[in-house]
Design a protein around this ligand. Structure first.
Ligand code: PLP
Length: 417
């Protein structure tokens, strides 16, 4: 003990206001299917799939077996220089086969924030290589969440994630654009000057910002602006990739052709820390030519073999169990359940796209209080910006569980209102 000792574990939680959470923490010790269990024996429905990532559900023995077998064979070997490992090669081929981008190259790493760093560095590096040295600006959507590494922090459209570091942005040359109105985006691009803009980055459906599906024509508009002005379009599919919209990628659902797609979470359903980017030929080709410079990026765990083996098995399970189709069915159930809440005057709006749902409460009611009560009743939900309750359970959720989950939100609203 020292003079600064505080109660609570040595572990400093992520994205937590420590004075509030100490004494109120939940320690999870086991997961099985759509449920998790706490150290004091409680069973909770995982209505958020963790952080929108446990898509195939918890505790799959098959995944444990794959990890053990891969570790016995080769835990990993790095992919720097001329080295590769067979699992990373196989995973890249698999992703290429389901990618919304034709003939892509895949860079693998350890998570969503990593993938944002790689994508945005690559966008700038690409334009420098093409001799367009003035193209350095990265534009992102208001209310965007792109993880919390230096680049993700810098392009955050949730301003609170950018605050307190002494400058508006940790990396230079970032700006935000409107999240709803494509005409305003056009204006911002014109004001900044398209010749200065390297890339537009966007979540197709904004997650942490409050589950915001795209306004009609908005994403198509971004595509058009990018195409017209020689700007790279980067879709952040860290949440939406690998099935959460009922398609492999939201780019498929909305018929977009991005230059770069970022991915993580659902690629392994969280059974290992994997992320990466999918790169279109236009962007990778200049780095593959004789005499080209290298793209100086990579980490020890880029293409980690055991992580890749787990991602491959996860994708196999999604295909084998028809989980993309199942998400489409669950979207129909969720849409009907939330539509039935339209007459509830405590609710401002409900939103659904794929198996992503949000219930936005009127300001007199607190999403935080409601989700706290839901957790106490055995249903995990999270409050998001905008007084929104996040609903994003695993793809393996039953219709009854989904209906029960929405009913639990209403019941908790009754309790705390
Ligand atoms: N991008 C989006 C859209 C996300 O929702 C997240 C995480 O929630 C990230 C990036 C960052 O991913 P990670 O937490 O794996 O670093």
């Amino acid at each position: 003990m020292n003079a600064f000792a505080t109660p609570g574990p040595a572990l400093w939680s992520a994205q937590a206001h420590m004075p509030s959470v100490i004494g109120n923490q939940l320690v999870i010790t086991r997961g099985e299917g759509n449920y998790i269990f706490t150290d004091d024996g409680r069973r909770l429905f995982d209505g958020t799939a963790g952080l929108w990532h446990t898509n195939i559900g918890h505790g799959r023995a098959e995944m444990a077996e794959v990890a053990a077998e891969q570790m016995r064979t080769l835990e990993t070997y790095h992919v720097f220089g001329r080295f590769l490992n067979d699992r990373a090669v196989e995973l890249a081929e698999k992703i290429a086969s389901i990618s919304p981008i034709a003939e892509p190259k895949i860079i693998l790493n350890s998570g969503g924030s990593d993938s944002i760093d790689v994508a945005l560095k690559l966008a700038r590096r690409y334009w420098q290589l093409r001799g367009r040295s003035e193209k350095t600006m990265i534009l992102s959507r208001d209310l965007a969440y792109h993880g919390l590494h230096a680049y993700g922090t810098s392009v955050a459209g949730l301003d609170f994630n950018r605050e307190g570091y002494g400058t508006d942005s940790l990396v230079p040359e970032t700006a935000r654009f409107d999240t709803y109105d494509i005409e305003k985006v056009r204006q911002t691009v014109a004001e900044i000057g398209p010749h200065r803009i390297a890339a537009l980055i966007a979540e197709p459906i904004q997650g942490t910002g409050g589950v915001i599906p795209p306004a009609p024509g908005y994403l198509e508009g971004l595509q058009q602006i990018a195409d017209e002005h020689d700007i790279l379009l980067i879709l952040d599919e860290v949440i939406t990739g690998f099935g959460r919209t009922g398609h492999w990628f939201a780019a498929d659902r909305y018929q977009l052709h991005p230059h770069i797609v970022t991915m993580a979470k659902g690629i392994s359903s969280g059974y290992s820390a994997v992320g990466g980017i999918i790169v279109a030929p236009e962007v990778w080709a200049p780095f593959y030519e004789t005499g080209a410079p290298m793209y100086r990026h990579g980490t020890t765990y880029s293409g980690h073999a055991t992580s890749a083996a787990l991602a491959l098995k996860n994708l196999e399970i999604i295909e084998r169990e028809g989980l993309l189709g199942r998400v489409q069915e669950l979207e129909t159930v969720l849409t009907a359940e939330l539509a039935a809440l339209s007459s509830d005057d405590r609710i401002a709006e409900t939103r659904v796209a794929g198996l992503l749902g949000g219930i936005q409460l009127r300001p007199e009611f607190s999403a935080e209080a409601v989700t706290d009560d839901m957790v106490a009743q055995g249903w995990i939900a999270r409050p998001l910006r905008g007084n929104v309750i996040q609903l994003s359970p695993p793809f393996t959720t039953t219709d009854d569980e989904l209906r029960g989950f929405v009913a639990a939100a209403v019941s908790s609203l009754d309790t705390v209102a």
